[in-house]
Design a protein. Structure first.
Length: 219
């Protein structure tokens, strides 16, 4: 099946309040162009250098989302153009994003990544760390970043109940914060294998790669 057909098939399953991030990491520019020509405007990458190379050559009305783990020393390479950074998992990173955003006279929107999976290896904050960040006076001084929501990845497992439980947990935290923070409006959860459950549990943004572009060779 062509990328166009797969993209449209995925889109058909999404309610209108759910945004689609087409995860194009490792895929060639021609594949992204095909998705673009089908109407897709939001693309997700997990390596800053790869994202920048694609940003340079593809149409400028694309919204680039950084969905991977971000190293502080690389923030400067995307500060000029990145639309949303999903993987913010420390206050130090937030400060660096703010610093680079100041240089470009921008406000960069960010999601806090929450650790919801059982696996030790997945990055993310716990509830206490989130509250610590959001309630600190240092945080309110960061005028060039805006926290617009939360992101999480469920455990990679066939156990649907466990995945659902993890998404529910994230949605509970999201709803609590959302009640007091008007900017907190995006809940980024759900990938190719679990996005239907994520939507049932309140996701407003899904990050889908292999169901659109096919399996990745590397990684
Ligand atoms: C690769 C990736 C995705 C997409 O995964 P698929 O299973 O190919 O849909 C989503 N989110 C993050 C953070 C990723 O790294």
């Amino acid at each position: 099946m062509s990328i166009e057909k797969k993209l449209l098939a995925v889109k058909n399953t999404l309610p209108s309040h759910v945004d689609l991030v087409a995860v194009s990491k490792t895929k060639p520019v021609a594949d992204l162009q095909e998705a673009y020509d089908t109407g897709q405007r939001i693309f997700g990458e997990n390596k800053i250098q790869e994202m920048s190379q694609k940003w340079e050559v593809l149409p400028k009305d694309i919204e680039w989302h950084m969905i991977g783990h971000v190293q502080r020393n690389k923030v400067k390479y995307m500060a000029e153009y990145v639309s949303l950074i999903h993987g913010v998992d420390s206050f130090r990173l937030l400060k660096e994003i703010n610093k680079q955003a100041v240089k470009h006279d921008r406000i960069i929107e960010c999601l806090l990544q929450i650790h919801i999976a059982e696996e030790e290896t997945k990055f993310g904050l716990d509830t206490n760390e989130v509250n610590e960040i959001l309630n600190s006076s240092e945080f309110s001084d960061l005028k060039n970043i805006k926290i617009v929501g939360l992101m999480g990845m469920a455990t990679f497992t066939d156990n649907r109940d466990q995945v659902r439980k993890e998404f529910k947990h994230l949605n509970t935290l999201f709803s609590t914060l959302n009640a007091n923070m008007p900017d907190m409006k995006i809940l980024s959860m759900g990938m190719s294998g679990d996005y239907q459950i994520a939507i049932e549990e309140g996701s407003t943004m899904v990050r889908i790669g292999s169901s659109i572009f096919g399996a990745r060779n590397t990684h």
